[in-house]
Write a protein that binds this ligand. Structure first.
Ligand SMILES: [Zn+2]
Ligand SMILES: [Zn+2]
Length: 219
């Protein structure tokens, strides 16, 4: 695969995992907000139960109409900020599938991921930017660490620094290793050992490369 395809695959598999974290956080947020809404509604209905002063005394604790209203109490829960982030992320991904004429039947991200190998390299590069930005927004909101696992014992074939990061969240055929954002390819004369050497691309090695193939387990 072209290095731009590898970067897009890395970005897509990373975002898939980040979105799962977000989905979990959205569920927790919903439960919190529902509890909060119930508490507020219960407090409001207690106010409504207060006996009306005066000889008629309607609306007090013994008022049957007041009781049935409370039994059916399930207040509306509005989407929280995490739910809105999840919705806007999905909307962005759906928009990308439309822009790239990719047909989707369910969630847009698996369809985008599957289509990466047939995209033009330049398109993959643009897609990577979108996916990484969506991923970063979620990480910032949830306070998640950067994706990937450092490989402190392995030197970069190009810059020789021990600054490589393995991305092994997806299935094995999606695994990649990248160097730092400053370590970019020099083109055909570059000693980086990438099968396709493209000037200016951040160094990335795919699942077929010995660097990645030597990873025995998911990092
Ligand atoms: Zn390097
Ligand atoms: Zn290179």
């Amino acid at each position: 695969m072209h290095p731009h395809h590898l970067h897009a695959t890395r970005a897509a598999t990373t975002l898939a995992t980040t979105r799962r974290h977000l989905d979990q956080a959205v569920d927790d947020e919903y439960l919190d907000r529902r509890q909060e809404a119930r508490t507020i509604a219960a407090a409001a209905s207690l106010q409504a139960w207060r006996p009306i002063p005066g000889p008629s005394g309607k609306g007090g604790h013994g008022d049957p109409s007041g009781r049935s209203a409370v039994d059916q109490l399930e207040p509306e829960v509005r989407a929280g900020r995490l739910a809105r982030l999840a919705a806007s992320t999905t909307a962005t991904l759906t928009w990308l599938t439309t822009a790239l004429s990719i047909t989707i039947t369910g969630d847009p991200l698996p369809a985008l991921t599957a289509a990466i190998p047939i995209l033009r390299p330049a398109t993959s590069r643009e897609l990577t930017l979108w996916l990484d930005e969506a991923d970063q927004q979620i990480r910032d909101r949830l306070g998640l660490d950067p994706a990937g696992v450092d490989l402190p014992r392995v030197r970069c074939p190009r810059c020789a620094r021990r600054a490589l990061t393995a991305h092994t969240l997806g299935s094995r055929h999606t695994w990649t290793i990248v160097c730092t954002t400053n370590c970019v390819c020099l083109g055909p004369t570059c000693p980086c050992q990438m099968p396709i050497r493209t000037i200016g691309v951040r160094h990335v090695w795919g699942p077929d490369h010995p660097l990645v193939a030597s990873l025995t387990t998911a990092a």
